[in-house]
Design a binder for this molecule. Structure first.
Ligand code: C5P
Length: 231
């Protein structure tokens, strides 16, 4: 079969990771969580005690990043220098620090290069998907990393929906105090990220799916419908 590349972008709490994983599973494709790559790079810098404000040192560290990204949608394990960091990169300390790496343009260039290589590997026999292709998700996949993807989707959701989903993820509840506890972090991170990547409006040729009023399965179906229409 001809390889299929599906690019999904969106802000935090849009559901893009879980939706992209489900789409990859459904279509038998590999799955690349590029946010996890920024998180892994941040973990690596902090593990070495680097001040993230030292942009040259961070760029050097990212160029030497010994990263292995799992691309199985059923097991997207992230390993850095032999350490399984899959859980550690979800901790609040990483979420709070990751924008410092994401706004480092040299680090972005390097991670973008790794992302293009991972996507290319799945277009060829020998990759995880055996050449069937990949779903890659993040903030700049539809625009910078894979603007030539076969399918490009921007997954959005209202601020209210995004905050309550993230509160549910992190605190196990979406009551008022959990939402408040998430608000600063999510909105501040999106605001910081927005200074270098544009993921709030769809670029030309990118299909917007607003999941504010869709359940998880409905959102997956909506993405699969865009894939069907394009192939
Ligand atoms: O998707 P997730 O919230 O895990 O992404 C973590 C961070 O990685 C984002 O806040 C952003 O700073 C960065 N990121 C990025 N470009 C991407 C994916 C993620 O800058 N393509």
């Amino acid at each position: 079969p001809t390889p299929l590349v599906v690019a999904v972008d969106g802000p935090s709490g849009s559901g893009k990771s879980s939706v992209s994983r489900a789409v990859a599973r459904d279509l038998g494709l590999a799955y690349l969580d590029t946010g996890a790559m920024y998180r892994a790079a941040t973990w690596w810098c902090l593990d070495q005690g680097l001040p993230l404000t030292d942009t040259a040192a961070v760029a050097d560290a990212v160029r030497a990043l010994p990263l292995v990204m799992g691309v199985d949608p059923d097991d997207p394990t992230v390993v850095v220098g032999g350490t399984d960091v899959t859980a550690a990169i979800r901790e609040t300390a990483i979420s709070a620090a990751v924008s410092a790496v994401a706004t480092n343009l040299d680090a972005r260039a390097e991670l973008g290069r790794l992302q293009r290589a991972a996507i290319k590997a799945e277009r060829e026999p020998g990759g995880f998907s055996q050449g069937r292709g990949i779903v890659a998700e993040g903030r700049d996949i539809t625009t910078v990393v894979a603007p030539d993807a076969d399918v490009r989707v921007l997954l959005t959701a209202s601020e209210e929906a995004r905050l309550s989903r993230r509160a549910l993820d992190v605190h196990g509840t979406a009551d008022a105090s959990a939402v408040e506890a998430t608000r600063d972090q999510v909105l501040r991170r999106d605001a910081d990220d927005s200074t270098v990547v544009q993921f709030h409006t769809a670029a030309d040729g990118v299909v917007t799916i607003d999941s504010s009023h869709l359940g998880f399965d409905e959102t997956v179906e909506a993405v699969l419908a865009v894939v069907s229409a394009a192939t």
